[in-house]
Every structure is written in C-alpha cells, then in structure tokens.
Design a protein around this ligand. Structure first.
Ligand SMILES: [Ca+2]
Ligand SMILES: [Ca+2]
Length: 162
C-alpha cells in the first residue's frame, strides 16, 4: 500500500538525510531508480538486494560518483543491518580522500561535491555547509575531523543509535 511516492517514513528520510547530506528529493530519486531496476523485487521490500550486474546498469553508477571509493560497499554499510561501528568506519574511510586519517576541508569539499551535483550548489553554500559541519563536529577546533569527532557527530543520528 504505497501512499504515492514513498516507501519511507518522514523520520527515516530525516535520518538518511542526516547521514548522507542527500536531500529528501535525492534520496527518493535514488530509491526510485533502484526500484526501476527490479520493480518486482523492490516494491515489496525496499531493502531488497539486487545482483551487482543489475546495479551496474544504472547510468548513475556507471558515471561512478565515488570513483574508486567503492560506492556499493558504502551503500551496504549504510543499510540497517550494518552495526554502527562499521557504518562509521566505512563512511570515515570513504570520505577521507587523501588517506591521512582526518577529514580536512578538502575531504569534505570532495565528499559533498560527489554527493550533490556541483552545478546545483553554489560555492558559498558549500562553504556555509562545511563551516556548519565543523562548528558542530570539530570539538578540538583544529580544522579537521578525527575519527572520534566524526563518530561522535554521526552517533547523534538515530540511525546509528542501535
Ligand atoms: Ca584527509
Ligand atoms: Ca578536530
């Protein structure tokens, strides 16, 4: 019994939004694309697993938003089944593009630019968003997020509290 557009509750959407910085619209769009690949499976179970070969037919994945960052692994780490520590570690590793074990400004810029189409996001907005992330998460004020800081900030998300 889908009520129109969504197999997600508002609260779930909020969580995903918080976790990924996708907008609700983008989350619903991603799920819609997912569903189009295998409507017979996904419409009954929104956590349906699809074979890799099928997923790779998605133009979005062929364009490969995270390049070598193993986008599919990341998505599965965000699934409900993954324990909280795994989710946090995966996300941290993926967002740490230069591999120095901190999320610096460059890492966040790259992360956000890959999650959001840059042409829909003005540079000023990007800076504001990054400043807000640091304000909330950079507890020791060194301009970088260590794993502990990152884990702390995402643990506030209800999706991580299990
Ligand atoms: Ca880094
Ligand atoms: Ca810090």
């Amino acid at each position: 019994m889908g009520q129109g557009n969504s197999q997600f509750t508002e609260a779930e959407l909020e969580d995903y939004q918080h976790l990924t910085y996708f907008t609700k619209k983008e989350i619903l769009y991603a799920h819609k694309r997912f569903k189009e690949l295998a409507p017979e499976r996904v419409s009954h179970n929104r956590n349906a697993k699809l074979p890799m070969s099928k997923l790779l037919t998605m133009p979005e994945l062929r364009a490969n938003p995270f390049g070598d960052r193993d986008f599919l692994d990341m998505m599965s780490a965000f699934s409900d089944a993954a324990p909280k520590s795994v989710k946090a570690e995966y996300a941290f590793r993926i967002f740490d593009f230069d591999g120095d074990d901190y999320l610096g400004r460059e890492d966040l810029v790259k992360t956000i630019e890959r999650l959001i189409h840059p042409q829909r996001f003005k540079e000023d907005d990007l800076n504001v968003l990054i400043n807000r992330i640091y304000e909330e998460a950079d507890l020791d004020d060194d301009g970088m997020l260590a794993f502990a800081e990152f884990e702390h900030v995402i643990s506030k998300s209800p999706d991580f509290s299990k």
